[in-house]
Ligand binder design. Structure first.
Ligand code: IMP
Ligand code: MG
Length: 179
C-alpha cells in the first residue's frame, strides 16, 4: 500500500503545526499546576508528541502519560462499551490533567477518561482534541482546546488510521474511494 497516492489532503502539516502552537499557548494561559498530559492511544500519538514539544518550546514542563482505551468489542461497530487496554502509571491526585485525543466524535471515550481521572482525584481534567466532528455526540461533553472542525468524513493520517494504515502521514486527509 503506497499511502499518499489515494489520500486527499484536508489539513496540511504546516496548518497543523501552526495550530498546535496556538493550542500550547491556550493551555499555558490556563496556568496548569503540575501538568500531566495524557495521550489517548493510539490515534493521538503524533498530535500529543508535537503538542508536548510545543509546550516545552514555550517554557512549560509537562509530564506525559498514555492510556489506551478501546471503544469497540470484537466487531467493527461501536458498542458504547469502553475497555482500558493500557492504563497510565502515574498518580493523578491533585494534578491538572490535559487529556489529548485525535477526534471528539460521540464523546464517549473522553467522557469515560475524564470521569476516570476525576474519580482518581485529579484537580482538573481538560480536553484537547485535534479535530471535532459535529453531529455525532452521544454524551454531553465539550473540548476545552480544539484544533479544527472536521468535515463528516472518515479521516486518516497524523496518527489516525483505517485498518491500521495511514497513521504515518504528516497531514490529515481522507481516503478517496475508487470507482
Ligand atoms: P468517540 O468520541 O468516543 O466517538 O471516539 C472518537 C474516536 O473514534 C477517536 O479517538 C478515533 O479513534 C475514532 N474515530 C472517529 N472518527 C474517526 C475518523 O474519521 N478517522 C479515524 N478515527 C476516527
Ligand atoms: Mg482514538
Amino acid at each position: 500500500m503506497s499511502g499518499k497516492r489515494n489520500v486527499k489532503e484536508l489539513i496540511s502539516a504546516q496548518d497543523i503545526a501552526q495550530k498546535i502552537e496556538i493550542l500550547a499557548h491556550e493551555i499555558q494561559k490556563d496556568a496548569p499546576q503540575d501538568l500531566l498530559v495524557i495521550a489517548v492511544l493510539k490515534g493521538s500519538f503524533m498530535f500529543a508528541a508535537d503538542l508536548l514539544r510545543s509546550l516545552h518550546n514555550i517554557g512549560m514542563e509537562p509530564q506525559a502519560e498514555f492510556i489506551h482505551i478501546s471503544s469497540y468489542g470484537a466487531g467493527t461497530v461501536s458498542t458504547g462499551r469502553l475497555n482500558i487496554l493500557k492504563d497510565i502509571d502515574s498518580p493523578v491526585e491533585g494534578r491538572d490533567i490535559v487529556l489529548v485525543d485525535d477526534i471528539l466524535e460521540s464523546g464517549r471515550t473522553l467522557a469515560f477518561a475524564k470521569d476516570l481521572f476525576m474519580a482518581r482525584g485529579a484537580k482538573s481534567v481538560k480536553l484537547c482534541v485535534l479535530l471535532e466532528k459535529p453531529g455525532h455526540r452521544a454524551v454531553q461533553i465539550t473540548a476545552d482546546y480544539v484544533g479544527f472542525q472536521c468535515p463528516d468524513l472518515f479521516v486518516v493520517g497524523y496518527g489516525m488510521d483505517v485498518a491500521h494504515s495511514y497513521r504515518q502521514l504528516p497531514f490529515v486527509g481522507y481516503v478517496e474511494t475508487e470507482n
